[in-house]
Design a protein around this ligand. Structure first.
Ligand code: SF4
Ligand SMILES: [Zn+2]
Length: 328
């Protein structure tokens, strides 16, 4: 059921996405929800975007009103894919009342949906009915669960991110998703807090290799410094620098499969950046590559002659790992 009341989601926009060698018109929606129930990752500020202590019924009203706004604003004929985010997990019943899932599945019937969620909320009981309503036979896989795995390394995920789940949990969730007929998209985080540039690059290479067998799509997110986060606390004290765009390019070139990447805040101090001179061209190139999959473009970008490349090579060679005392 879609509400008569209109209420804007946190954000929504139209764009293009690459899917199985095809470019699809895509609608992205970020619904304001009850908020992430984990709410403890060191780099995340999305979790602050939530309705405060609303009852389940009120929350459902808000969400239905946002869906009504989306259906009113965007002509369904003009997009084939929908990416759904909340301020946490779309399939978390505490954050998004289950009745809303049915509304979304009917509203976007026939679309290819990618919905973000933590792994513990991926269950056949939830995905089964969702897919049944969503699927009109247009897509072999009508739903993808997008999971912020961040890294395949449990120690890094625990100490540097505080994500609260293990690689095995992701693998199990991927199994459940596939059994239910859904696909899996993994988000990997380049350069979490406390890692040197080289450690971050090595971690991403390992994560690619470990994750590919379980995920149908991989997206690499170069870390950005969001407001009101623990990451920002360290960044303000000079204890964190977002990754170099050179690292991003090197990893895209080395990835064994096509990895998409949208460097949010690219070229800015809080986002992945180089020196300020070469950033614009590289950020644009990375976005183009995500859509085209043209590896030659990445090769050409890596060949750009800019003085900061030497600086990056120096950092890779000389930056020392973050040293925490082993004893108190
Ligand atoms: S990154 Fe995801 S799981 Fe972690 S606090 Fe933010 S919304 Fe919650
Ligand atoms: Zn440069």
């Amino acid at each position: 059921m879609i509400s008569d009341r209109l209420e804007k989601p946190l954000a929504s926009w139209r764009g293009n996405e690459r899917y199985e060698n095809e470019l699809l018109e895509c609608l992205t929606v970020i619904f304001k929800s009850g908020g992430c129930t984990w709410s403890a990752c060191r780099m995340c500020s999305y979790r602050h975007e939530r309705y405060q202590a609303e009852s389940c019924d009120l929350l459902l009203d808000h969400l239905r009103a946002q869906l009504a706004w989306v259906m009113n604003e965007y002509d369904p004929k003009e997009y084939r894919m929908v990416k759904i985010f909340t301020s946490g997990s779309f399939f978390d019943p505490q954050e998004v009342p289950p009745a809303f899932l049915a509304d979304v599945a009917s509203a976007f019937r026939g679309k290819l949906v990618i919905a973000e969620t933590r792994p513990e909320f991926v269950t056949e009981e939830v995905l089964g009915p969702f897919i049944e309503t969503l699927d009109d036979g247009s897509w072999k896989i009508p739903l993808y669960c997008a999971i912020g795995l961040e890294t395949s390394n449990d120690t890094i995920r625990e100490k540097c991110i505080n994500k609260g789940f293990a690689f095995q949990d992701f693998r199990d969730a991927a199994g459940r998703a596939h059994t239910a007929g859904a696909g899996v998209k993994a988000y990997l985080l380049l350069k979490p807090l406390f890692l040197s540039e080289r450690e971050a690059v090595e971690d991403m290479k390992t994560s690619f290799a470990d994750t590919i067998p379980f995920a149908d799509m991989i997206s690499m997110n170069p870390c950005t410094v969001q407001r009101n986060t623990e990451l920002e606390y360290y960044w303000k004290r000079g204890a964190y620098r977002p990754p170099y765009l050179w690292s991003v390019l090197t990893l895209l070139a080395a990835a064994p499969v096509h990895v998409t990447c949208d460097p949010l805040g690219g070229g800015q101090k809080r986002g992945p950046h180089n020196c300020g001179t070469c950033d614009y061209e590289i950020v644009k190139g990375i976005r183009d590559y995500s859509l085209s999959g043209d590896r030659d473009l990445i090769g050409a970008l890596l060949d750009i002659a800019c003085g900061c490349k030497q600086e990056w090579e120096f950092v890779l060679a000389k930056e020392k790992p973050y040293c925490m005392p082993l004893t108190r």
